[in-house]
Design a protein around this ligand. Structure first.
Ligand SMILES: NC(=O)c1ccc[n+]([C@@H]2O[C@H](COP(=O)([O-])OP(=O)(O)OC[C@H]3O[C@@H](n4cnc5c(N)ncnc54)[C@H](O)[C@@H]3O)[C@@H](O)[C@H]2O)c1
Length: 252
């Protein structure tokens, strides 16, 4: 996943930065730490070492310690990090305690699958509205929600206090949809349509493009193939010293 713009608000609360100016790469790893911590909590773990959490999240432990130090979380020598405390800190920084309202625009192949995905609620989001312009889609029921016409966006966004909009329309209409979301007061957009959106500076856009992820993997395949073609290169290509941080999540 890539980011078009990110804004942060500096501030302090109780000695711990309320909104520390986190590096973008750290922000992208926090959800991975959170996922690993939730899993640890489910297994009954109360504390976790930096090495244990780093392995569970698929990152290097020095990087993890540095990331968590940005939150004012240093762990206790010989004990590690308190799992529930760290979950609360990360959820607070990510604003997941807000249970944010999300709308989805474009209920085609991709949008339909996203609308039917039950996992958003457990990650701190409520999908509250679905929009499309196709008369055959408007009125359809998906996961307990009725697909509305895009003309209703402004009214429903105000009623539901929608902060995040997901675009799953064809690329040719994505800018129009983004403009409609912005006009309706939406200030964060997750865009699945290929291309770059033009938005005001107070609007954050993140882009998900699986084709780009495949192209990056294709580069690595290409590189591995060229290494094995070198004398002694097969050993180099199969080198076991790959660091966990090389295991980027799709979409990160
Ligand atoms: N990011 C990824 O990895 C990924 C993967 C697959 C598809 N996509 C992209 O996601 C988008 C959707 O793909 P799809 O296969 O679901 O397409 P689709 O044609 O099945 O669905 C698109 C939907 O958008 C609706 N729509 C069109 N214009 C609209 C508008 N102005 N307002 C509201 N709704 C509108 C259509 O009626 C349709 O229901 C495309 O841009 C595609 O390139 C991205």
């Amino acid at each position: 996943m890539s980011q078009q713009r990110h804004g942060s608000t500096p501030g302090e609360a109780g000695g711990v930065p309320a909104f520390p100016d986190l590096p973008e790469a750290t922000i992208a790893r926090l959800p991975e730490y959170l996922r690993a911590l939730h899993h640890l909590a489910e297994t009954g773990a109360e504390t976790v070492s930096s090495e244990g959490l780093a392995a569970a999240a698929g990152v290097n432990s020095a990087k993890l310690r540095k990331d968590l130090s940005h939150l004012g979380s240093y762990g206790t020598r010989g004990v590690g990090y308190d799992v529930s405390l760290l979950v609360a800190q990360i959820e607070y920084i990510l604003g997941l305690d807000e249970n944010r309202a999300v709308c989805l625009v474009g209920v085609g192949n991709l949008g339909h699958a996203l609308a039917g995905y039950a996992g958003f609620a457990s990650r701190g989001f409520r999908v509250v509205a679905l929009f499309d312009t196709d008369p055959k889609k408007v009125g359809e029921q998906i996961n307990g929600l009725t697909v509305r016409h895009l003309d209703d966006l402004e009214r429903i966004a105000a009623e539901e206090s929608i902060a995040i909009g997901v675009i799953a329309t064809p690329p040719g209409t994505a800018q129009t949809v983004a403009d409609a979301l912005v006009a309706a007061g939406v200030t964060s957009i997750l865009n699945f349509a290929p291309g770059v959106l033009s938005v005001p500076s107070n609007v954050d856009v993140r882009k998900v493009d699986l084709a780009i992820e495949l192209q990056i993997l294709s580069f690595h395949e290409h590189r591995k193939a060229s290494l094995t073609a070198l004398p002694g290169g097969r050993a180099a290509a199969a080198s076991p010293d790959k660091q966990p941080e090389d295991q980027e999540a799709v979409g990160s």
